[in-house]
Design a protein around this ligand. Structure first.
Ligand code: 6GU
Length: 276
């Protein structure tokens, strides 16, 4: 996959993509990444890329000429290459969009800056605007990096273990199950027994149960979309909830017993008042 990033801060993109998995994806040829700086497409002495907003108001707006020239350099004028603008008012970036992007041979990210980009650029040269969440960043570079990272890890051969891209949170609409590694006891904390049982089917059931329970507890929005559950999932969840209820009953019973014992021992220890 070939990706062009139109950015006023190419060093930020280059630095962040030169390490780890995205760095390796470039070294192996799975990803070809280029940065294009709108500042290189200015013709004035100050290499001006922004200007005051028509109508007044706070902040600066990115001038259309250098950005469009940079986009045209990025696409080479090929109108079939999607051009994504990072913008807080864009459509939400999701795992599904990452999958879609990962299937493309080429892609251009345009990193918005200052108060925004001249609306005519959006109208004429942007395929879609995308946001990474409901908060405002100082610039689009970190958002583009987030989207690029989520996309690149889905490219064939980029992750060592092909299944790890598919077992994770959001694939299949559930959060991921908990993970443990050695030592089996860390600072008096053990691990779920099933994981050392060697019983692969039970491990798979436990993991699926944990994924379901976590999704229900932490992400009611995802949970709603998961309903109705399959018969198999219903069974796992019912067994989990029954066990949980039993554990809670046992715990509260133990607590009652302990406090009754404590009560009794207090009575025994109480100084006996002198009989009249
Ligand atoms: Cl894509 N850009 C900016 N500037 N802020 C954001 C964003 C994008 N997504 C969330 N906040």
């Amino acid at each position: 996959m070939r990706v062009e990033v139109v950015t006023l801060f190419p060093e930020l993109i280059e630095q962040a993509t030169s390490h780890s998995i995205v760095g390796r994806a470039q070294a192996s040829g799975s990803l070809e990444l280029h940065c294009i700086n709108p500042r290189d497409f200015t013709s004035d002495r100050h290499r001006t890329v922004d200007d005051y907003p028509f109508g007044g108001g706070a902040g600066m707006v990115m001038k259309p000429e250098p950005v469009v020239a940079a986009i045209e350099a990025a696409t080479g004028g090929d109108p079939t290459i999607p051009v994504l603008l990072t913008a807080p008012d864009g459509e939400p970036f999701t795992q599904a969009l990452a999958q879609e992007l990962a299937s493309l041979p080429r892609l251009v990210f345009v990193c918005g800056h200052y108060e925004g980009i001249d609306e005519r650029v959006r109208d004429g040269w942007i395929t879609r605007a995308v946001s990474i969440g409901d908060y405002v960043l100082t610039g689009g570079e970190l958002a583009a990096l987030v989207m690029l990272d989520a996309t690149v890890r889905l490219l064939p051969g980029v992750l060592g273990n092909e299944s790890s891209a598919h077992e994770e949170s959001f694939e299949g609409g559930v959060l991921e199950y908990p993970h443990y590694t050695r030592p089996a006891v860390f600072r008096e904390r053990g691990i779920p027994e099933v994981l050392t049982s060697g019983h692969h089917a039970n491990v798979a059931k436990w993991r699926r149960t944990q994924a379901l329970v976590r999704t229900r507890a932490r992400r009611p929005d995802l949970w709603e979309k998961l309903l109705p559950l399959s018969k198999a999932d219903q069974k796992l969840l019912a067994a989990h909830d029954a066990q949980q209820a039993q554990d809670e009953a046992t715990a509260s019973n133990n607590e009652a017993t302990a406090s009754a014992r404590a009560e009794q021992s207090v009575r025994v220890d109480e100084p006996v008042s002198n009989p009249v």
